[in-house]
Design a protein around this ligand. Sequence first.
Ligand SMILES: [Zn+2]
Length: 175
Amino acid sequence: MTHPQQYGPPQPPPYGQQPAQPYAYGQGQGYARGCEVCGAQPAAAVTVRAHQGMIVVMRTVTRRGVLCRTGGLAVYRKTTSDTLVTGRWGLFSLFVTPFVVLGNVLGARSALRRLPEPYGALRPLLDPGRRVLRRAPAMLVLTPPALLAGPGDEHAGLSVGDCVANTAEWPSRRS
Ligand SMILES: [Zn+2]
């Protein structure tokens, strides 16, 4: 059993993973024009989703594009970071947002990070800025679970989702 994955039951692809392939010279088609934003190559076709919760209503905005590593990461980081803010204000969004974010991470982000640094840009590159985890929204979202991970029996009485729901009570949380 040197290749267990090959003989196991069929594995569904992780949510949001797109078969985005970086453009390579001499093969493939359609991406030869390079990045939509700056014109640089190589570029990959990626899908980034934003989610917005509005109490009861919610919506997910899908953006598809052929983007280079630098420009793509800029779009991914801004969209995902915004989603961590706008994706919290809805009954169902609390459950949808984690999957939207996970889809962006496994799909667009992993495809873009496989690309080499872009070259031949015709227009200015977008500034990728800070990583998502280094931005304020991610810190805000990740702090409550960190508090729950403390020692002792603080998990008693909590159920799944409590940590997320508690973020709505941010000003009154006890630390
Ligand atoms: Zn670009």
